[in-house]
Ligand binder design. Sequence first.
Ligand SMILES: C[S@@+](CC[C@H](N)C(=O)[O-])C[C@H]1O[C@@H](n2cnc3c(N)ncnc32)[C@H](O)[C@@H]1O
Length: 291
Amino acid sequence: MRIPHPIPYQGSKRRLAPAILAWSPPTVERIVEPFAGSAALSLAALATGQARSVALNDANAPLMALWDAIVHQPASLAEAYAEVWDGQHGREQAYFAAVRAEFNRTAQPQHLLFLLTRCVKAAVRYNAQGAFNQSADHRRRGTHPNTMRRQILDTARLLGNKTSLSAADYRDVLSTSTSHDLVYLDPPYQGVCGPRDQRYAQTISFADFVEALRWLNQREIAYLLSYDGRSGSKAFGQPLPSSLHLQRIELDAGPSAQATLLGRRVVTHEALYLSPALLRRREVVTYRSIM
Ligand SMILES: C[S@@+](CC[C@H](N)C(=O)[O-])C[C@H]1O[C@@H](n2cnc3c(N)ncnc32)[C@H](O)[C@@H]1O
């Protein structure tokens, strides 16, 4: 099955989504993604019928405006993207800087989409003033408008009326989740990039995050958490307290891009944590299926 993925995004879980969803119950009423980014997990869960609906949230407001345009105005977004993309021919280098300046002035979704398809590592980076300051990757022209149109329209069909969108702090979204949901958390705090992560406009505090996980446990809310990882023998991430009673699983995330560049083959592992409520739900499903 081809799962649409319109937004190129560093840290996207596109490739790992099937391995993560293998730990979810077979069907869930709603997947809540408080750190949605490119929403790779929600798109995969809807495409495979594992989720009936999704709630996407990200603190990056222009990114959520882009999601809003994908869901509610797909055809005009595809057209606006094509117009921006077409404008680059013959002046590619200066054009990227002009679109970036325009995005920083007007925060239009088609500009952000173009910047993400053309910038280094599809990585969102902002300066201290909140302006997008990632540079162009001049080896790329960005996704062709025909391909992008197909991605956008397929995504809009998939998300349709099954999606709610918000641009808030993750804790605001968690406070609206219930025990019928499956929450998928992929926070920016510590990934394979280490704690000095400059990728996002916002980072989160470890203490607040642990508190939020405790709150979810108390309310019997099931969650999956992508958190730390290791590349070869090098581990990343501050350990989570054992009092959260999480089960840790290691997923093979493929060869490390950094190591490959240096001519070594080092496999990166990403950790996935299963919450106590999810472990109990999985036990019930297993028990029912053997009855
Ligand atoms: C690792 S990325 C998520 C990637 C996503 N799983 C995907 O497949 O693309 C983390 C996201 O958290 C967002 N973020 C950072 N701080 C946040 C906060 N306090 N509340 C909500 N989102 C936040 C960032 O903007 C970023 O998009």
